[in-house]
Design a protein around this ligand. Sequence first.
Ligand code: NAD
Ligand code: GLY
Length: 364
Amino acid sequence: MSEIVRVALAERGYDIHIGGGLLDRPGPLLKPLCRGMTPVVTDENVARLHLEKLVAALRDAGIDSRPIILPPGEETKSFTNLESLCREMLRLGVERGGVVLALGGGVIGDLAGFAAGILKRGVDFVQMPTTLLAQVDSSVGGKTAIDVREGKNLIGLFHQPKLVLADTAVLSTLPPRELLSGYAEVVKYAVLGDVTFFDWLETNGGAALAGDAAALAQMIAHCCRMKAAIVARDERESGERALLNLGHTFGHALEAASGYSGALLHGEAVAIGMVLALRLSERLGHVSRLETERVAAHLRQAGLPAGLTDLGGERPPPERLLEFMARDKKADAGKLKFVLARGLGNAFVSADVPLDAVKAVLAE
Ligand code: NAD
Ligand code: GLY
């Protein structure tokens, strides 16, 4: 049984299928999209665990696929890999009307989606997300990108997939820390737009994380429904889509301060960033201390960090974090921009947050 969520973008619209075992029998959904040779872009970890079965299922469906296996990790989202991936797909003979399959986490989805978007002036692609983060966030909405020295995700394009196949069964092989990192993005949806979902997570989040298939699928589908609705209203992030960046202004600064070393995963940074955004909202009179503590307690109970004091090692000095935030600031007409909340489930974007309030939150 799988659930289907539609991303209603007219001619760029597509379905997200969510359920256990989808990659065991993808033929009926993929066959109509595949023409000629179909590259399956993945990373070494995912290849080891899930590629053989997928390739066999594609063969059974009469789809001629060729795996392209890249190293795992954020460094893979580079110009060098983009070039070699594009050239490899050309060598293999991908057709203008063909399709690229992206099997992996956000790194593979972002890179393969970008490559598909520029190959032969744009070929179709299908997202097959294998991390919780990718199933609830990065595989939906068409943002694709690579990183450069100047910053993360700065080179890329909006290229919507033709289909998303989120097989919840593959999450069972995900390292627990990666699963939890994705859970931070799940909690983000609740905090930004749905307090009832937050209630649900307090009761059922633990079961979903422990591998309860029904709870997991329900949770992922809910996040996808929320993201699909936001993307349908604001595909290019001219407004509402920015709410999905809740916790990211602080989070990106924390990631940058950690040197993207793996000491702090993206979701862990978002978890801390989300609580800091709530503390900032609290200082500005928008949420109560009780609401902030409720979110922090839930994150900690799940096993995520929820404050600067939860960081292992040395706490980054506030001035250093502000410096990283100031770089973001340049991109937005010199203003510090934050996603804040007016109570749980009611986020908004504020472009004129007083610097003193931010400093105070970082020093708390
Ligand atoms: P990731 O792709 O690096 O995957 C995390 C790790 O899990 C990797 O080591 C990978 O090999 C491994 N892995 C993946 N699936 C597995 C499985 N089923 N079993 C075992 N191991 C598995 O990281 P991620 O957290 O999925 O994604 C992070 C990336 O997503 C970042 O580059 C970020 O910029 C991007 N992102 C993009 C968007 C978007 O809208 N496009 C949104 C959020 C994040
Ligand atoms: N992950 C943020 C977005 O898709 O807009």
